[in-house]
Design a protein around this ligand. Sequence first.
Ligand code: ADP
Length: 292
Amino acid sequence: MEAAHVEHAGINLKPSARLHEESPAEAPMEVGKTVGNIEVEDPIFRCRDVDVYYGEKHAIKKVGVDIGKNQVLAMIGPSGCGKSTFLRCLNRMNDTVPNARVVGSIVLDGKDIHDKKQDVVQLRARVGMVFQKPNPFPKSIYENVAYGPRIHGLAGDRVELDEIVHNSLQRAGLWEEVKDRLAQPGTSLSGGQQQRLCIARTIAVNPEVILMDEPCSALDPIATARIEDLMEELRQSYAIVIVTHSMQQAARVSQRTAYFHLGDLIEVGETDRIFTNPRHKLTEDYITGRFG
Ligand code: ADP
């Protein structure tokens, strides 16, 4: 079927000719059952029936989705719909939130991350996280990147550590800008550079997955574009999950998109398809700006 072709800020947002209008059987209007394909071949993460409660509040409900290797999954939806909550499940950051209770199956590379034998520090090295506001340690640029490899014993000597720091900064696209000032504080860098430093710090411990919680929302458009370019490079080596409030950003950086609404995962699928041909009415309302 032909996709609609109206461009708005780089995304096709035409609210007509959607699949759901022509295939109502495929388009349940009720929430509670995710529309689209939650599975991918050979996933790095397989999440099923994930519920999160904050005390009495049921923040996410029976969420099931796979996260593919070497691709970016964007999570979009109105504020408060549970995107960050779900992201924080993936490296057990909700363990640190008082009152939070996570139920369900979250399997990383064949093993449930809630297994008693799972070391949470190791998990967070495998599944690194980049936050909304760049948060370098109050240490030098070098030490920000060297810290993780040192505590995880990844370098045998100083030469190896120097190499890890160099490679990580290089891969984060920051080396040329900082190679002559490695001893200066990480906080002396610009916001965009600090965010790339945080990415270098994350990749220094050889993660498999990088979680990003609105990583560009504190950055200007040029710094944002650099991070987005970097994501395209990084996905060659890692799986990336990004929470973004920007649909344009989701459309630019991701291969798959997941739309959340009031704690339900409403729809998931290939990004191009979600933005040109959403199957669920709630997804369509959101991406056409009727809700949000
Ligand atoms: P999003 O990332 O989509 O904006 P969140 O995951 O931050 O949504 O929040 C989902 C729901 O859970 C919201 O209703 C929010 O108020 C609630 N929530 C988030 N964090 C906490 C917390 N630490 N304690 C209690 N409720 C929380």
